[in-house]
Design a protein around this ligand. Structure first.
Ligand code: PLP
Length: 469
């Protein structure tokens, strides 16, 4: 084994997050501090976010509707949170910030708001939240590019072909791209894709679910039309998300949800129905009682990341990425999944497969024997995983592993256990160096020595066999 390169002295200590003192039982006996390495699914709450929410909680009141002091305070806090998010994203004058439930919700909102006849362009490599909401529109699915430049060229060609086919290219067009892949962690060339889209008169929405927690996102500087992200991946797990960007399509669209808060005036009409005058502000798409705690939590996270110095957080995370990748590279049985190759810039998300191991088995052993929480499966990006795994004929369960037959898993040391899905390790601003070191050591040990426990599949999940003494 080559000498381990020390992690560069941390330029920034990890930001305090909830759960850092939680102990979990090991199947082999004893307890260990939980190593949360599934940030790409949901990141732990920042302590600062939790504290801010706790300080506000006694003052919680109804938003927009109440005459009381706490209602007014809560309304102010909700609107201030909107302004904080706008600042965090570098919004342009006139941009709207709409609070939603999540990235999925934000992209579905935009999909419902695109003008009739809009052509949508989306890479097949996207997360399902970006891939699927456009089915009512005329969608072109673009093939998986193998370099960032190829991504830009592919989009450029597709938009040019549309212009030729439509001759005058009258209808609107929208491109949907991810900022950072939830599978490979690789950064997509957002600025260049935006330039290509705009050169053809198309608009672009950035799925920043994986970018915003790891990297500053500046809507004006990237020159994207909209940005979507989720609070629970940005250390603010209180059920809220954001869609921010150009107001015109949103203002012209039917409200996403019809109801109170979205309507300015409602009256019975002469024909026996109702006439509705809808708001033209963000409230148009925020019907119902707003999630003020969720909005405030996101704003608190935005402030915390900014005040900590986002660039320093990025620098520290990059050291962790380098450590994980170097550690995995030392194990010949491990294959790290990548679209754009080793040199591509990436965030703290790394997916891999281990020769001879079922990924669910490997992830279960990391949890049960080392207290490490990673994810296994196809990560709600089935077409991308099929490309990366070269497995065209899999039938995966939604967001998870292919259905496994119940029963005992084959011993990987006997060889031949199929690799049907992948393992993903992901981390961020709250991850201590020790978690990454423990992960790298555990991978090496599992591959060389095998699992210490027996595992079974139950309800499609791999679990430690309770019968083992
Ligand atoms: N986009 C990407 C790139 C993601 O990784 C995810 C979630 O993992 C989503 C969208 C959907 O986010 P949410 O589940 O918060 O709606």
């Amino acid at each position: 084994m080559s000498p381990r390169p020390a992690l560069p002295s941390s330029v920034h200590a990890p930001l305090p997050v909830l759960g850092r003192e939680v102990l979990v039982p090991l199947v082999t006996g004893g307890e260990v501090g939980y190593a949360a390495l599934d940030y790409a699914a949901s990141a732990p709450a920042l302590q600062r976010v939790w504290d801010d929410v706790a300080s506000y909680a006694p003052y919680y009141g109804s938003v927009h509707r109440g005459a009381g002091y706490l209602s007014q305070l809560s309304t102010d806090l909700f609107e201030q949170s909107r302004a904080t998010v706008a600042e965090f994203l570098g919004c342009r004058p006139g941009d709207q910030v709409i609070f939603t439930r999540s990235t999925t919700d934000s992209l579905n909102l935009l999909a419902a708001a695109v003008p009739a006849g809009t052509s949508v362009f989306v890479f097949e490599t996207e997360h399902h939240a970006s891939l699927l909401p456009w089915r009512q529109a005329d969608v072109t699915y673009l093939g998986a590019p193998r370099t960032p430049a190829q991504a830009v060229a592919t989009l450029d060609r597709a938009l040019a072909a549309r212009a030729l086919a439509a001759r005058a290219a009258d209808g609107p067009a929208l491109v949907c791209v991810t900022g950072a892949s939830n599978v490979t962690g690789e950064l997509w060339p957002v600025r260049e894709l935006a330039a290509a889209a705009h050169a053809h008169g198309a608009r672009i929405v950035l799925d920043a679910a994986q970018l915003a927690p790891h990297h500053p996102v500046d809507i004006a500087e990237l020159d994207v039309d909209w940005v979507a992200f989720s609070g629970h991946k940005l250390y603010a797990p209180f059920g809220s998300g954001v869609l921010a960007g150009r107001a015109d399509w949103l203002r012209a669209a039917e409200p996403y949800l019809a109801g109170g808060g979205a309507s300015r005036r409602v009256a019975r009409s002469a024909d026996g129905g109702v006439d509705v005058d809808w708001h033209t502000t963000a409230a148009r798409h925020e019907a119902g009682s707003p999630n003020v705690i969720g909005a405030y939590a996101i704003a608190s996270a935005c402030r915390a990341l900014t005040e900590a110095g986002f660039d320093l957080l990025v620098e520290r995370e990059q050291a962790l990425v380098a450590r994980v990748r170097a550690g995995l590279a030392e194990v010949p049985e491990v294959r790290v999944l990548s679209l754009f190759g080793d040199d591509a810039p990436r965030v703290g998300v790394v997916s891999f497969v281990v020769e001879g191991w079922n990924s669910s088995h490997f992830a279960a052993a990391l949890s049960a024997e080392y207290g490490i929480g990673v994810r296994d499966g196809l990560f709600c990006a089935h077409p991308l995983l099929r490309t990366l795994l070269g497995a065209a004929d899999q039938e995966p369960g939604e967001c998870g592993a292919p259905e496994a037959a119940p029963g005992e898993l084959p011993d990987p040391s006997a060889g031949g256990a199929p690799t049907l899905n992948a393992i993903r390790v992901s981390f961020g601003a709250g991850t201590p160096d020790e978690h990454v070191e423990r992960f790298v050591d555990a991978v090496r040990e599992l591959v060389s020595d095998g699992a210490k426990w027996r595992y079974r599949t139950e309800d499609g999940r791999c679990v430690p066999d309770r019968d083992q003494a």
